[in-house]
Design a protein around this ligand. Structure first.
Ligand code: ASP
Length: 463
């Protein structure tokens, strides 16, 4: 049965099994510190498989963003159009983030979360500082692009790639060979993404087993009001607000969007990192939704860094929760400050696990809420981080689809084809000489051409 299942089905099963096994290990008490299960299974086998999987995704982020964005700029070919797409995307990201946090503040206030609760006195939280916004802006231009790439500084990498792309356009015709080579490299990296996606069921299973075994669900029971309002706001924002925006601005089918996003969101959920999910998001919007690389190569990495609707929702909910808990009255000015701070904080921080809490401490400092209050929600945050990351990447993809559609940079027939991108065949052109030389490899593939078919992995039989 497993062999005949499609990749999405396998990932879903792996996710469910991982959650169940993790919860079993947690509740059975087998996971206790120093036990065999904890040392050799959770931190050993599953821990290593999970880490290998996340590393293999992260490994592709920087080369993929750099190369695909250079190709994207060359594909657009018009610097003014690039400026227009950039501006539109930026405003759309800011708008959706502001809407997200407003939803959270609205629902949080409506349910009065945290009112009348007792404050445990042992709450502590060491605030790590986020880079000041002035520094974030100054560092957009990297003094050393190699170190920016080594550190994964996304905004610097985006800037460097844009500049290379624009310069290639200015060189013009003589750079044609270079562009073709870069496009080939881009295809090769996307093929690497395909290979890694085929390993996702194992990676997702391991990651979720470890997360659930470590965390369990008891913590959630203690903060049930906070968790429910947060999860409700996340669901409302993604399934209602964002889908209305998608329909209104693009007219695209919501059902198709949600179906094609499933894999991406499971990746985001398992890794709790928008950044590590970039390769999968980029592949999905281009190959499965028909968005032209010239738009997606910019909007996806940009969104992973500056657009965090789920994180903004957590900040809104946490603000209301902690303010009520400490009996602090927030006025309209404070609420507006929270919205503004959350939006600004999201610009300067990368989409990696746990960064939302750093942003939250900036927000708290600004409106005068006790930073140590963050200690109270720390326990449940790992789990909620996974959920909000799925909403973060959902927002990036929805805005990408809207911008691409509005600019005529989307192939709607690909979007509407349920199987698009599941059979990952190279469509570019290869020099005839090379074609002859590599013909045996190109015809058969390294492991046979069926290997390209995402849904056929495991069904590889050569007669
Ligand atoms: N983990 C989130 C992301 O990668 C950020 C956060 O909310 O902590 O998008």
């Amino acid at each position: 049965m497993w062999k005949n299942m499609g990749l999405t089905g396998k990932i879903l099963v792996a996710m469910a099994l991982g959650i169940l096994l993790g919860l079993f290990l947690n509740y059975s008490g087998l996971h206790t510190e120093g036990s065999f299960v904890n040392t050799y299974l959770i931190n050993g086998l599953f821990g290593i498989i999970g880490k290998l999987f996340v590393n293999s995704l992260k490994m592709l982020v920087v080369p993929l963003v750099l190369i695909s964005l250079i190709c994207g700029v060359c594909g657009i070919g018009d610097i003014r159009l690039l400026g227009r797409i950039g501006t539109k995307t930026f405003f759309m990201y800011m708008l959706t983030t502001a809407l997200a946090i407003a939803t959270a503040i609205g629902l949080g206030s409506l349910f009065g979360i945290g009112q009348g609760m007792n404050i445990p006195s042992d709450a502590t939280f060491e605030a790590k500082s986020a880079p000041p916004l002035s520094e974030v802006f100054a560092n957009i231009i990297p003094s050393n692009p190699i170190s920016a790439m080594a550190n994964g500084d996304m905004l610097s990498i985006i800037f460097f790639a844009l500049l290379i792309g624009i310069s290639i356009l200015m060189v013009g015709k003589p750079a044609k060979g270079l562009v073709q080579s870069l496009e080939l490299i881009n295809e090769v990296i996307l093929k690497m993404v395909t290979i890694i996606m085929n390993l996702a069921p194992y990676g997702v299973f391991a990651l979720l087993t470890v997360a659930m075994a470590d965390l369990g669900l008891e913590l959630i029971q203690k903060l049930v009001g906070y968790t429910l309002v947060l999860v409700g706001s996340l669901a409302f924002h993604f399934f209602v607000t964002m889908m209305i925006i998608l329909k209104l601005f693009s007219g695209l089918s919501i059902k198709t969007f949600l179906a094609k996003m499933r894999e991406v969101q499971i990746f985001a959920f398992s890794t709790a990192s928008s950044n590590a999910t970039i390769p999968v998001t980029l592949r999905t919007v281009t190959k499965r939704m028909g968005v032209n690389n010239s738009v997606a190569s910019f909007t996806i990495p940009f969104g992973a860094t500056i657009n965090m609707d789920g994180t903004a929702i957590m900040q809104g909910t946490a603000t209301i929760f902690i303010a009520n808990l400490y009996g602090i009255d927030l006025g309209i000015t404070e609420y507006l400050t929270v919205i503004l701070m959350s939006v600004l904080a999201s610009i300067g921080t990368a989409g990696v696990p746990g960064v939302g809490l750093i942003m939250l401490s900036m927000v708290f400092a600004q409106v005068g809420l006790p930073i140590e209050g963050i200690g109270l929600i720390l326990g449940v945050d790992r789990l909620l981080d996974m959920l909000r990351t799925a909403v973060n990447v959902g927002g990036d993809a929805a805005v990408t689809a809207i911008i691409a559609k509005s600019e005529g940079k989307m192939d709607v027939s690909i979007y509407n084809d349920p199987d698009a991108g599941t059979k990952d065949v190279f469509e570019g052109h290869i020099d005839p000489d090379n074609e002859r030389e590599f013909s045996h490899v190109l015809n058969d593939g390294i492991m046979g051409s069926e290997y390209d078919d995402l849904d056929n992995i495991g069904r590889h039989h050569k007669p």
